[in-house]
Design a protein around this ligand. Structure first.
Ligand SMILES: Cc1cc2nc3c(=O)[nH]c(=O)nc-3n(C[C@H](O)[C@H](O)[C@H](O)COP(=O)(O)OP(=O)(O)OC[C@H]3O[C@@H](n4cnc5c(N)ncnc54)[C@H](O)[C@@H]3O)c2cc1C
Length: 442
Protein backbone atom coordinates (compact mmCIF):
# COMPACT_ATOMS: atom_id res chain seq x y z
CA UNK A 1 0.00 0.00 0.00
CA UNK A 2 1.91 3.00 -1.16
CA UNK A 3 -0.84 5.55 -1.69
CA UNK A 4 0.14 8.45 0.55
CA UNK A 5 -3.16 10.11 1.23
CA UNK A 6 -1.64 12.58 3.66
CA UNK A 7 -0.02 14.62 0.89
CA UNK A 8 -3.26 15.73 -0.58
CA UNK A 9 -5.88 14.74 1.91
CA UNK A 10 -9.14 16.45 1.17
CA UNK A 11 -8.09 17.46 -2.28
CA UNK A 12 -11.45 17.51 -3.91
CA UNK A 13 -10.94 17.24 -7.63
CA UNK A 14 -13.85 17.95 -9.91
CA UNK A 15 -12.11 16.29 -12.81
CA UNK A 16 -11.50 12.98 -14.50
CA UNK A 17 -10.66 10.12 -12.25
CA UNK A 18 -7.36 8.25 -12.64
CA UNK A 19 -9.18 5.17 -13.90
CA UNK A 20 -10.44 7.15 -16.86
CA UNK A 21 -13.98 7.78 -15.56
CA UNK A 22 -15.56 11.18 -15.26
CA UNK A 23 -16.66 11.23 -11.62
CA UNK A 24 -15.24 13.53 -8.97
CA UNK A 25 -12.28 12.15 -7.07
CA UNK A 26 -11.78 12.69 -3.36
CA UNK A 27 -8.91 11.67 -1.24
CA UNK A 28 -8.83 10.66 2.38
CA UNK A 29 -6.44 8.78 4.56
CA UNK A 30 -9.33 6.57 5.66
CA UNK A 31 -12.69 6.12 3.98
CA UNK A 32 -15.43 4.55 6.08
CA UNK A 33 -18.42 3.02 4.28
CA UNK A 34 -21.56 3.30 6.38
CA UNK A 35 -22.41 5.53 9.32
CA UNK A 36 -24.04 3.11 11.73
CA UNK A 37 -22.64 2.67 15.24
CA UNK A 38 -19.37 1.12 13.95
CA UNK A 39 -18.75 3.69 11.20
CA UNK A 40 -19.68 6.72 13.30
CA UNK A 41 -17.48 5.71 16.24
CA UNK A 42 -14.43 4.70 14.17
CA UNK A 43 -14.80 7.98 12.23
CA UNK A 44 -14.94 10.00 15.45
CA UNK A 45 -12.00 8.21 17.04
CA UNK A 46 -9.74 8.40 14.00
CA UNK A 47 -10.56 12.09 13.51
CA UNK A 48 -9.80 12.66 17.19
CA UNK A 49 -6.37 11.13 16.59
CA UNK A 50 -5.72 13.48 13.68
CA UNK A 51 -6.48 11.10 10.78
CA UNK A 52 -8.35 12.49 7.74
CA UNK A 53 -11.57 10.52 7.57
CA UNK A 54 -14.39 10.54 5.05
CA UNK A 55 -17.51 8.63 6.13
CA UNK A 56 -20.05 7.74 3.41
CA UNK A 57 -23.68 7.12 4.41
CA UNK A 58 -26.22 6.06 1.83
CA UNK A 59 -29.24 7.51 3.63
CA UNK A 60 -30.07 11.21 3.93
CA UNK A 61 -30.53 10.93 7.71
CA UNK A 62 -30.30 8.43 10.55
CA UNK A 63 -34.05 8.12 11.08
CA UNK A 64 -34.70 4.41 10.88
CA UNK A 65 -37.06 2.72 13.28
CA UNK A 66 -36.62 -0.67 14.90
CA UNK A 67 -32.85 -0.70 14.99
CA UNK A 68 -30.73 -1.61 17.93
CA UNK A 69 -31.29 1.06 20.53
CA UNK A 70 -29.50 -0.40 23.54
CA UNK A 71 -26.26 1.07 24.84
CA UNK A 72 -24.72 -1.30 27.34
CA UNK A 73 -22.27 -0.37 30.13
CA UNK A 74 -19.33 -1.29 27.84
CA UNK A 75 -20.39 1.39 25.36
CA UNK A 76 -21.16 3.93 28.08
CA UNK A 77 -17.66 3.38 29.53
CA UNK A 78 -16.19 4.04 26.09
CA UNK A 79 -18.27 7.21 25.88
CA UNK A 80 -16.90 8.16 29.32
CA UNK A 81 -13.34 7.57 28.15
CA UNK A 82 -14.02 9.86 25.21
CA UNK A 83 -15.43 12.48 27.61
CA UNK A 84 -18.86 12.18 25.98
CA UNK A 85 -21.03 10.16 28.38
CA UNK A 86 -22.50 13.14 30.24
CA UNK A 87 -23.44 14.90 27.00
CA UNK A 88 -24.97 11.71 25.65
CA UNK A 89 -27.03 11.20 28.80
CA UNK A 90 -28.48 14.70 28.43
CA UNK A 91 -30.40 13.32 25.43
CA UNK A 92 -33.76 11.67 25.93
CA UNK A 93 -33.23 8.10 27.12
CA UNK A 94 -34.55 5.41 29.46
CA UNK A 95 -32.51 3.26 31.82
CA UNK A 96 -33.04 -0.41 32.61
CA UNK A 97 -31.18 -1.42 35.78
CA UNK A 98 -32.31 -5.03 35.38
CA UNK A 99 -33.99 -7.38 32.92
CA UNK A 100 -36.75 -9.66 34.14
CA UNK A 101 -38.49 -12.59 32.49
CA UNK A 102 -42.01 -13.75 33.16
CA UNK A 103 -42.56 -17.46 32.89
CA UNK A 104 -45.96 -19.07 33.34
CA UNK A 105 -46.62 -18.65 37.06
CA UNK A 106 -43.39 -16.90 38.11
CA UNK A 107 -41.00 -14.04 37.36
CA UNK A 108 -37.21 -14.38 37.35
CA UNK A 109 -34.43 -11.79 37.13
CA UNK A 110 -32.31 -12.60 34.10
CA UNK A 111 -29.74 -9.86 34.65
CA UNK A 112 -29.33 -7.35 37.46
CA UNK A 113 -26.78 -4.69 36.52
CA UNK A 114 -26.92 -3.07 39.97
CA UNK A 115 -24.11 -5.33 41.26
CA UNK A 116 -21.64 -4.35 38.55
CA UNK A 117 -18.70 -2.08 39.28
CA UNK A 118 -19.28 0.61 36.72
CA UNK A 119 -20.46 4.22 36.59
CA UNK A 120 -23.28 3.03 34.36
CA UNK A 121 -24.91 -0.05 35.94
CA UNK A 122 -27.85 -0.14 33.54
CA UNK A 123 -28.78 -0.49 29.89
CA UNK A 124 -29.41 2.86 28.26
CA UNK A 125 -32.26 2.86 25.76
CA UNK A 126 -31.85 5.64 23.26
CA UNK A 127 -33.07 5.86 19.66
CA UNK A 128 -30.15 4.87 17.46
CA UNK A 129 -30.60 8.01 15.35
CA UNK A 130 -30.05 10.21 18.43
CA UNK A 131 -26.88 8.29 19.28
CA UNK A 132 -25.58 8.61 15.70
CA UNK A 133 -26.50 12.31 15.48
CA UNK A 134 -24.64 12.91 18.74
CA UNK A 135 -21.50 10.98 17.73
CA UNK A 136 -21.26 12.57 14.28
CA UNK A 137 -21.81 16.07 15.74
CA UNK A 138 -18.92 15.44 18.13
CA UNK A 139 -16.81 14.10 15.27
CA UNK A 140 -17.70 17.23 13.28
CA UNK A 141 -15.71 19.27 15.80
CA UNK A 142 -12.58 17.95 14.11
CA UNK A 143 -11.77 19.64 10.83
CA UNK A 144 -10.37 16.37 9.48
CA UNK A 145 -13.72 14.56 9.82
CA UNK A 146 -16.17 14.55 6.95
CA UNK A 147 -19.50 12.86 6.64
CA UNK A 148 -21.13 12.66 3.25
CA UNK A 149 -24.82 11.74 3.50
CA UNK A 150 -26.80 10.44 0.49
CA UNK A 151 -23.60 8.76 -0.65
CA UNK A 152 -23.99 5.10 -1.53
CA UNK A 153 -20.77 3.14 -1.98
CA UNK A 154 -21.04 0.76 -4.92
CA UNK A 155 -17.73 -0.71 -5.90
CA UNK A 156 -14.31 -1.13 -4.35
CA UNK A 157 -11.45 0.31 -6.34
CA UNK A 158 -8.91 -2.49 -6.53
CA UNK A 159 -5.49 -2.24 -8.10
CA UNK A 160 -2.84 -4.95 -8.01
CA UNK A 161 -4.75 -6.82 -5.32
CA UNK A 162 -4.97 -3.75 -3.05
CA UNK A 163 -8.18 -1.88 -2.22
CA UNK A 164 -7.53 1.80 -2.96
CA UNK A 165 -10.93 3.28 -2.18
CA UNK A 166 -14.49 3.04 -3.42
CA UNK A 167 -16.77 4.37 -6.15
CA UNK A 168 -20.02 5.80 -4.89
CA UNK A 169 -23.24 7.39 -6.07
CA UNK A 170 -24.79 10.66 -4.97
CA UNK A 171 -27.87 12.43 -6.29
CA UNK A 172 -25.39 14.65 -8.17
CA UNK A 173 -23.67 11.76 -9.90
CA UNK A 174 -20.85 9.28 -9.47
CA UNK A 175 -17.81 9.95 -7.36
CA UNK A 176 -14.90 8.05 -6.06
CA UNK A 177 -12.74 8.33 -3.00
CA UNK A 178 -9.15 7.15 -2.96
CA UNK A 179 -7.92 6.17 0.46
CA UNK A 180 -5.02 4.50 2.17
CA UNK A 181 -7.52 2.34 4.03
CA UNK A 182 -11.20 1.62 3.38
CA UNK A 183 -13.27 0.41 6.33
CA UNK A 184 -16.48 -1.43 5.43
CA UNK A 185 -18.93 -0.68 8.27
CA UNK A 186 -22.01 -1.00 6.09
CA UNK A 187 -23.84 -3.64 8.09
CA UNK A 188 -25.02 -7.19 7.65
CA UNK A 189 -25.71 -7.06 3.90
CA UNK A 190 -22.32 -5.62 2.99
CA UNK A 191 -21.61 -6.39 -0.68
CA UNK A 192 -17.94 -5.45 -0.19
CA UNK A 193 -17.14 -8.71 1.56
CA UNK A 194 -17.94 -10.57 -1.68
CA UNK A 195 -16.25 -7.93 -3.85
CA UNK A 196 -13.11 -8.37 -1.77
CA UNK A 197 -13.35 -12.16 -1.92
CA UNK A 198 -13.76 -12.52 1.86
CA UNK A 199 -15.40 -15.79 2.91
CA UNK A 200 -18.52 -15.74 5.09
CA UNK A 201 -19.36 -18.50 7.58
CA UNK A 202 -23.15 -18.44 8.14
CA UNK A 203 -25.21 -20.09 10.84
CA UNK A 204 -28.98 -20.55 10.75
CA UNK A 205 -30.66 -19.15 13.85
CA UNK A 206 -33.97 -20.99 14.38
CA UNK A 207 -35.94 -17.76 14.95
CA UNK A 208 -37.23 -14.57 13.33
CA UNK A 209 -38.60 -11.54 15.15
CA UNK A 210 -41.72 -9.43 14.61
CA UNK A 211 -41.33 -5.84 15.88
CA UNK A 212 -44.04 -3.36 16.73
CA UNK A 213 -44.93 -0.81 19.36
CA UNK A 214 -47.70 -0.09 21.88
CA UNK A 215 -48.28 3.10 23.83
CA UNK A 216 -47.20 3.16 27.50
CA UNK A 217 -49.68 4.36 30.08
CA UNK A 218 -49.62 5.35 33.69
CA UNK A 219 -49.50 2.30 35.93
CA UNK A 220 -47.70 0.14 33.35
CA UNK A 221 -44.71 -1.87 34.61
CA UNK A 222 -41.46 0.15 34.76
CA UNK A 223 -39.07 -2.67 33.94
CA UNK A 224 -38.11 -3.92 30.54
CA UNK A 225 -39.16 -7.57 30.63
CA UNK A 226 -39.50 -10.75 28.64
CA UNK A 227 -42.21 -13.39 28.51
CA UNK A 228 -41.39 -17.03 27.78
CA UNK A 229 -43.70 -20.03 27.79
CA UNK A 230 -46.86 -21.59 26.34
CA UNK A 231 -45.34 -21.51 22.87
CA UNK A 232 -44.51 -17.79 23.02
CA UNK A 233 -41.43 -15.67 23.53
CA UNK A 234 -41.65 -11.86 23.65
CA UNK A 235 -39.65 -8.91 24.92
CA UNK A 236 -41.25 -5.65 26.06
CA UNK A 237 -38.79 -2.76 26.05
CA UNK A 238 -39.75 0.34 28.03
CA UNK A 239 -39.09 3.30 25.72
CA UNK A 240 -40.60 5.94 28.07
CA UNK A 241 -43.70 6.83 26.08
CA UNK A 242 -44.10 3.50 24.28
CA UNK A 243 -43.32 -0.20 24.52
CA UNK A 244 -41.13 -1.62 21.80
CA UNK A 245 -42.21 -5.23 21.47
CA UNK A 246 -40.24 -8.12 19.98
CA UNK A 247 -42.43 -11.14 19.25
CA UNK A 248 -40.23 -14.11 18.43
CA UNK A 249 -41.45 -16.71 15.93
CA UNK A 250 -39.89 -19.89 14.51
CA UNK A 251 -37.73 -19.21 11.45
CA UNK A 252 -39.86 -18.70 8.35
CA UNK A 253 -43.19 -18.65 10.25
CA UNK A 254 -44.02 -15.03 9.37
CA UNK A 255 -46.53 -15.92 6.62
CA UNK A 256 -48.21 -18.53 8.81
CA UNK A 257 -48.59 -16.07 11.72
CA UNK A 258 -50.02 -13.40 9.43
CA UNK A 259 -52.37 -15.88 7.74
CA UNK A 260 -53.83 -16.79 11.16
CA UNK A 261 -55.05 -13.21 11.38
CA UNK A 262 -54.40 -10.11 13.41
CA UNK A 263 -57.04 -11.01 15.99
CA UNK A 264 -55.25 -14.26 16.89
CA UNK A 265 -51.96 -12.37 17.09
CA UNK A 266 -53.44 -9.74 19.43
CA UNK A 267 -54.99 -12.45 21.59
CA UNK A 268 -51.70 -14.28 21.89
CA UNK A 269 -50.02 -11.14 23.27
CA UNK A 270 -52.90 -10.25 25.59
CA UNK A 271 -53.00 -13.75 27.10
CA UNK A 272 -49.28 -13.60 27.91
CA UNK A 273 -49.31 -10.09 29.39
CA UNK A 274 -52.88 -9.34 30.49
CA UNK A 275 -52.08 -5.81 31.75
CA UNK A 276 -51.18 -4.78 28.20
CA UNK A 277 -54.09 -6.60 26.55
CA UNK A 278 -56.02 -3.33 26.07
CA UNK A 279 -53.07 -1.98 24.06
CA UNK A 280 -53.27 -4.76 21.47
CA UNK A 281 -56.15 -2.82 19.87
CA UNK A 282 -53.52 -0.36 18.66
CA UNK A 283 -52.35 -2.98 16.16
CA UNK A 284 -54.84 -2.27 13.41
CA UNK A 285 -52.91 -3.54 10.39
CA UNK A 286 -50.04 -5.88 9.67
CA UNK A 287 -48.01 -2.99 8.19
CA UNK A 288 -47.33 -1.92 11.78
CA UNK A 289 -45.57 -5.24 12.38
CA UNK A 290 -42.05 -5.45 10.89
CA UNK A 291 -40.20 -8.69 10.25
CA UNK A 292 -36.55 -9.02 11.24
CA UNK A 293 -35.12 -12.07 9.56
CA UNK A 294 -32.59 -13.13 12.15
CA UNK A 295 -29.23 -13.80 10.62
CA UNK A 296 -25.86 -14.61 12.15
CA UNK A 297 -22.59 -14.94 10.33
CA UNK A 298 -18.93 -14.04 10.47
CA UNK A 299 -16.08 -13.49 8.11
CA UNK A 300 -13.20 -15.95 8.21
CA UNK A 301 -10.83 -13.06 7.54
CA UNK A 302 -11.93 -9.50 8.26
CA UNK A 303 -9.42 -7.79 5.98
CA UNK A 304 -7.32 -7.77 2.90
CA UNK A 305 -4.76 -5.19 1.82
CA UNK A 306 -6.42 -1.76 1.92
CA UNK A 307 -9.72 -3.01 3.39
CA UNK A 308 -11.04 -3.86 6.86
CA UNK A 309 -14.59 -4.98 7.75
CA UNK A 310 -15.98 -4.18 11.21
CA UNK A 311 -19.34 -4.38 13.01
CA UNK A 312 -22.15 -6.33 11.38
CA UNK A 313 -20.20 -6.30 8.10
CA UNK A 314 -17.65 -8.59 9.79
CA UNK A 315 -20.12 -10.52 11.94
CA UNK A 316 -23.92 -10.16 11.73
CA UNK A 317 -25.31 -10.67 15.23
CA UNK A 318 -28.57 -12.26 16.33
CA UNK A 319 -30.71 -9.82 18.39
CA UNK A 320 -30.51 -12.13 21.45
CA UNK A 321 -29.12 -10.08 24.34
CA UNK A 322 -29.31 -6.85 22.30
CA UNK A 323 -25.53 -6.73 21.93
CA UNK A 324 -25.08 -5.84 18.24
CA UNK A 325 -24.43 -2.11 18.66
CA UNK A 326 -22.06 -2.71 21.51
CA UNK A 327 -19.97 -5.20 19.57
CA UNK A 328 -19.92 -2.82 16.61
CA UNK A 329 -18.72 0.03 18.84
CA UNK A 330 -16.06 -2.22 20.42
CA UNK A 331 -14.79 -3.16 16.94
CA UNK A 332 -14.60 0.54 16.07
CA UNK A 333 -12.56 1.32 19.18
CA UNK A 334 -10.23 -1.64 18.60
CA UNK A 335 -9.76 -0.57 14.96
CA UNK A 336 -9.02 3.06 15.90
CA UNK A 337 -6.61 1.98 18.67
CA UNK A 338 -4.68 -0.27 16.30
CA UNK A 339 -4.78 1.81 13.14
CA UNK A 340 -4.55 5.50 14.06
CA UNK A 341 -0.75 5.29 14.30
CA UNK A 342 -0.17 3.42 11.03
CA UNK A 343 -2.69 5.68 9.23
CA UNK A 344 -0.91 8.81 10.46
CA UNK A 345 2.41 7.29 9.44
CA UNK A 346 0.93 6.70 5.98
CA UNK A 347 1.54 2.96 5.99
CA UNK A 348 -0.99 0.30 6.96
CA UNK A 349 0.27 -3.26 6.76
CA UNK A 350 -1.80 -6.42 6.69
CA UNK A 351 -0.52 -7.27 10.14
CA UNK A 352 -2.03 -4.00 11.49
CA UNK A 353 -5.39 -5.11 10.11
CA UNK A 354 -4.88 -8.65 11.42
CA UNK A 355 -4.33 -7.14 14.89
CA UNK A 356 -7.90 -5.77 14.83
CA UNK A 357 -9.36 -9.16 13.98
CA UNK A 358 -7.16 -10.85 16.57
CA UNK A 359 -8.41 -8.44 19.27
CA UNK A 360 -12.07 -8.82 18.37
CA UNK A 361 -12.65 -12.24 16.84
CA UNK A 362 -12.57 -14.35 19.98
CA UNK A 363 -15.01 -12.14 21.97
CA UNK A 364 -17.35 -12.04 18.98
CA UNK A 365 -17.30 -15.79 18.42
CA UNK A 366 -17.84 -16.44 22.12
CA UNK A 367 -20.90 -14.15 22.15
CA UNK A 368 -22.26 -15.74 18.98
CA UNK A 369 -21.86 -19.18 20.59
CA UNK A 370 -23.75 -17.99 23.69
CA UNK A 371 -26.48 -16.49 21.51
CA UNK A 372 -26.79 -19.73 19.61
CA UNK A 373 -27.09 -21.68 22.90
CA UNK A 374 -29.76 -19.25 24.19
CA UNK A 375 -31.66 -19.44 20.89
CA UNK A 376 -31.83 -23.22 21.03
CA UNK A 377 -32.25 -23.87 24.76
CA UNK A 378 -34.29 -20.87 25.84
CA UNK A 379 -36.00 -19.19 22.89
CA UNK A 380 -36.76 -22.03 20.48
CA UNK A 381 -37.77 -24.41 23.30
CA UNK A 382 -40.26 -21.77 24.54
CA UNK A 383 -41.81 -21.60 21.06
CA UNK A 384 -42.83 -25.25 20.98
CA UNK A 385 -46.51 -25.82 21.85
CA UNK A 386 -46.71 -25.85 25.64
CA UNK A 387 -42.95 -25.25 25.72
CA UNK A 388 -40.94 -23.38 28.32
CA UNK A 389 -37.29 -22.33 28.54
CA UNK A 390 -35.15 -25.32 29.39
CA UNK A 391 -31.65 -25.40 30.82
CA UNK A 392 -29.63 -28.56 31.44
CA UNK A 393 -29.67 -29.61 35.14
CA UNK A 394 -25.95 -28.79 35.70
CA UNK A 395 -26.51 -25.24 34.38
CA UNK A 396 -29.50 -24.82 36.70
CA UNK A 397 -27.42 -25.99 39.68
CA UNK A 398 -24.57 -23.62 38.81
CA UNK A 399 -26.97 -20.69 38.47
CA UNK A 400 -27.79 -21.00 42.17
CA UNK A 401 -24.27 -19.76 42.97
CA UNK A 402 -24.06 -15.97 43.25
CA UNK A 403 -20.97 -15.38 41.03
CA UNK A 404 -22.49 -17.58 38.32
CA UNK A 405 -25.88 -15.91 38.70
CA UNK A 406 -24.23 -12.56 38.00
CA UNK A 407 -22.58 -13.87 34.82
CA UNK A 408 -25.45 -13.09 32.41
CA UNK A 409 -25.49 -9.46 33.64
CA UNK A 410 -21.68 -9.24 33.25
CA UNK A 411 -21.70 -10.69 29.78
CA UNK A 412 -24.62 -8.56 28.60
CA UNK A 413 -23.01 -5.48 30.16
CA UNK A 414 -19.39 -5.84 29.10
CA UNK A 415 -19.25 -8.70 26.62
CA UNK A 416 -16.05 -10.71 26.81
CA UNK A 417 -12.65 -9.00 26.97
CA UNK A 418 -13.95 -5.42 26.77
CA UNK A 419 -12.15 -2.80 24.70
CA UNK A 420 -11.09 0.61 26.02
CA UNK A 421 -10.06 3.81 24.33
CA UNK A 422 -6.29 3.65 23.80
CA UNK A 423 -5.15 7.26 23.71
CA UNK A 424 -6.58 10.54 24.82
CA UNK A 425 -6.51 13.73 22.82
CA UNK A 426 -8.14 16.80 24.38
CA UNK A 427 -11.33 17.82 22.63
CA UNK A 428 -9.97 21.39 22.53
CA UNK A 429 -7.75 20.25 19.67
CA UNK A 430 -10.89 20.09 17.63
CA UNK A 431 -11.21 23.83 17.76
CA UNK A 432 -13.77 24.60 20.48
CA UNK A 433 -17.30 24.93 19.21
CA UNK A 434 -18.85 22.19 17.20
CA UNK A 435 -18.66 22.91 13.50
CA UNK A 436 -20.35 20.00 11.92
CA UNK A 437 -19.04 19.27 8.48
CA UNK A 438 -21.83 17.16 7.20
CA UNK A 439 -22.04 17.20 3.43
CA UNK A 440 -25.57 16.47 2.42
CA UNK A 441 -26.06 16.12 -1.26
CA UNK A 442 -29.69 17.12 -1.47
C1 LIG B 1 -34.75 -4.85 14.08
C2 LIG B 1 -33.41 -4.85 14.74
C3 LIG B 1 -33.32 -4.76 16.11
C4 LIG B 1 -32.09 -4.77 16.73
N1 LIG B 1 -32.02 -4.65 18.09
C5 LIG B 1 -30.83 -4.49 18.69
C6 LIG B 1 -30.74 -4.13 20.06
O1 LIG B 1 -31.75 -3.98 20.75
N2 LIG B 1 -29.51 -3.91 20.58
C7 LIG B 1 -28.38 -4.02 19.84
O2 LIG B 1 -27.28 -3.79 20.37
N3 LIG B 1 -28.42 -4.40 18.54
C8 LIG B 1 -29.62 -4.60 17.95
N4 LIG B 1 -29.69 -4.87 16.62
C9 LIG B 1 -28.46 -5.05 15.88
C10 LIG B 1 -27.77 -3.72 15.67
O3 LIG B 1 -28.66 -2.78 15.13
C11 LIG B 1 -26.57 -3.95 14.78
O4 LIG B 1 -25.79 -5.04 15.27
C12 LIG B 1 -25.71 -2.71 14.76
O5 LIG B 1 -26.46 -1.62 14.32
C13 LIG B 1 -24.53 -2.95 13.84
O6 LIG B 1 -23.87 -1.73 13.65
P1 LIG B 1 -23.03 -1.49 12.31
O7 LIG B 1 -22.56 -0.08 12.41
O8 LIG B 1 -22.05 -2.56 12.13
O9 LIG B 1 -24.07 -1.66 11.11
P2 LIG B 1 -25.45 -0.93 10.82
O10 LIG B 1 -26.07 -0.43 12.03
O11 LIG B 1 -26.21 -1.86 9.95
O12 LIG B 1 -25.00 0.35 9.99
C14 LIG B 1 -24.61 0.27 8.64
C15 LIG B 1 -24.75 1.65 8.03
O13 LIG B 1 -24.21 1.61 6.72
C16 LIG B 1 -25.09 2.25 5.83
N5 LIG B 1 -24.85 1.65 4.53
C17 LIG B 1 -25.20 0.41 4.11
N6 LIG B 1 -24.76 0.20 2.86
C18 LIG B 1 -24.11 1.34 2.49
C19 LIG B 1 -23.45 1.74 1.30
N7 LIG B 1 -23.35 0.91 0.24
N8 LIG B 1 -22.90 2.97 1.22
C20 LIG B 1 -23.00 3.82 2.29
N9 LIG B 1 -23.64 3.50 3.44
C21 LIG B 1 -24.17 2.26 3.54
C22 LIG B 1 -26.47 1.95 6.39
O14 LIG B 1 -27.43 2.89 5.92
C23 LIG B 1 -26.22 2.08 7.90
O15 LIG B 1 -26.36 3.40 8.34
C24 LIG B 1 -30.91 -4.89 15.96
C25 LIG B 1 -30.99 -4.98 14.58
C26 LIG B 1 -32.23 -4.95 13.96
C27 LIG B 1 -32.29 -5.02 12.44
Amino acid sequence: MTLDAREDAWRHVGSRDPAGGTGEVRRATCCVIGCGPAGAVVGLMLAREGVDVLVLEKHADFLRDFRGDTLHPSTMEIMDELGLADGLLRLRHAKAPRVRARLPGRTITVADFGHLKTRHPYITFMPQWDFLDFVTKEAGRYPNFRLEMNAEARELIQEDGVVRGVRYETPDGSREVRALLTIAADGRSSPFRRQAGLKVVSTSPPIDVLWFRFSRREGDPEDTFGYAGDGRFMAFINRSDYWQVAYVIPKGADRRVRAAGLEAFRRSIGEAVPELADRTEELREWEAVKLLSVQADRLRRWYRPGLLCIGDAAHAMSPVGGVGINLAVADAVAAANALAGPLKAGRVRSRDLAAVQLRRELPTRAIQALQSFAQRRVVASSLRPGGAPSLPAPARALLRLRPVRDLPARIIAFGIWPVHVGRRAPLASAGGTPTERKETTR
